[in-house]
Design a protein around this ligand. Structure first.
Ligand code: LLP
Length: 413
């Protein structure tokens, strides 16, 4: 198994590369990724869907590191992008336009223009107005844009409310009735070719049932449209496959495929899936050093050099990420692990039973390869961290740590 492991010495390492050494050479905090595990995760999705025509479109919002997107491009991945920036980055990483789908409720004219010029695989359109915009912009280029309608099936994904997207009160997608009407009025949009339907009902989904139900509803709509003379080419199931604290507590690509494939059988459409987190989450760890141990009225605090600006998920979604000493000391105690930012929301764990560290010890915050660095910021004028990719038994810096000069470069006094 690729990824983070403890060898005979009990020291946590990444694909045989010492995390102590990485931290010594690049400093902390530092995001470290296992290329082998990212590739393995991608291949598991690709293999799980091998029985049908398909394309795995990695949702690059989860981790847009160019080195990672390039590695996936080399394996034949497509991508799901949500901005002009991601679209440009994907192209720069060698993802061909015919493997790119473009999602999002608020695409700007400029973004639509770029996608139409590049002739991407599909715009996943989320409203009637957006559809009209795509039609107009593609028309101005003398092109026809390929469009999938993102439908909102009103299905409960069981996710945290901030990342549930498939309920009717969410801003995402088009209700089924409106979608049917728009497909029936395809002639109104002369520069649009309806090629598919898409849904993404949420993120961190651990139960296969809502994902299977979504697939069933999309397939039913596709069959209905084919019977009505609007055959589609693609059926896009979105992403959302849940990643738990351990591999066993996660929804596996194989279990996901086993749940959705029977629902779409017989449609002969090309299946698109947009996993983000499940490709990269477990392949990333955030290394941080203990700055201080502090005790106050019987409570223990471990103050680290990483903070909520480096990893926002615990503060924003109450997400729990296992935190482990790189070299264990074997003496558990109960403590809060917190960062230096001036907010009480700046914690990684509260009342956690952890191995009692010493000042200067190295900790690894696990499963943060997705939406970790991607959501980091310069809050408190803190530079964004270095990113390191472990590959072939060695490591390289794929994004250097920001300097003070980087942070002020765009300012004008
Ligand atoms: N496709 C669409 C249209 C999406 O909106 C998303 C994620 C995905 C695919 C990928 O979902 P995944 O497989 O990664 O669950 N920042 C949050 C997650 C936001 C997800 C937004 N959309 C977090 O840290 O949990």
């Amino acid at each position: 198994m690729a990824g983070f492991e403890r060898g005979a010495t009990k020291e946590l390492s990444c694909d045989g590369v010492s995390l102590l050494r990485i931290a010594r050479e690049v400093g902390t905090p530092a995001y470290v990724y296992s290329r082998a595990l990212i590739e393995e995760n991608f291949r598991r999705f690709d293999d799980a869907f091998a029985s049908v025509p398909h394309l795995v479109c990695y949702a690059m919002k989860a981790n847009g590191s160019l080195a990672i997107v390039k590695a996936l491009a080399a394996l034949g991945a497509g991508v799901d992008v949500v901005s002009g920036g991601e679209l440009r980055a994907a192209m720069e990483c060698g993802i061909p336009a015919e493997r790119i789908v473009f999602s999002g409720v608020g695409k700007t004219d400029k973004e639509i223009l770029l996608g139409a010029e590049l002739q991407i695989l599909a715009f996943n359109a989320e409203s009637e107005r957006e559809l009209a915009k795509i039609d107009e912009i593609a028309g101005s280029l003398g092109r026809t844009a390929r469009v999938a309608l993102r439908v909102n099936p009103d299905i409960d994904s069981g996710s945290h409310p901030y990342i549930a997207t498939g309920l009717k009160h969410n801003k995402f997608g088009i209700d089924l009735g409106t979608a049917r009407r728009l497909f029936a009025q395809a002639d109104r949009f002369a520069h649009v070719r309806f090629t598919g339907i898409q849904a993404h009902i949420g993120s961190q989904i651990f139960e296969p049932a809502p994902l299977a139900q979504t697939a069933r509803e999309l397939a039913a709509l596709a069959r209905e449209l084919a019977a009505a003379g609007t055959p589609l080419e693609t059926l896009d199931l979105g992403g959302g496959v849940g990643v738990g604290e351990t591999e066993e507590k996660s929804l596996s690509p194989e279990a996901y495929a086993a749940a959705v494939l029977p629902e779409v059988s017989g449609t002969s459409l090309r299946l698109l899936i947009e996993p983000g987190r499940s490709i990269v989450a477990r392949a990333g760890a955030l290394l941080t050093r203990v700055l201080y141990l502090k005790e106050s009225l019987g409570r223990h605090f471990v103050v680290t050099d990483a903070a909520m600006n480096d990893l926002l998920r615990p503060a924003l979604y109450s997400a729990s990420h296992p935190i482990e000493p790189v070299v264990p000391r074997g003496e558990p105690f109960t403590a809060d692990i917190v960062g230096p930012v001036c907010e009480s929301g700046d914690f990684f764990v509260r009342d956690g039973v952890i191995d009692r560290p010493d000042e200067g010890d190295l900790l690894a915050i696990r499963n943060v390869g997705a939406y970790g660095f991607a959501m980091s910021s310069n809050y408190n004028f803190r530079p964004r961290t270095v990113e390191v990719l472990v590959e072939n038994g060695a490591f390289r810096v794929t994004r250097r740590r920001e300097s003070y000069e980087d942070m002020v470069r765009l300012e004008r006094e």
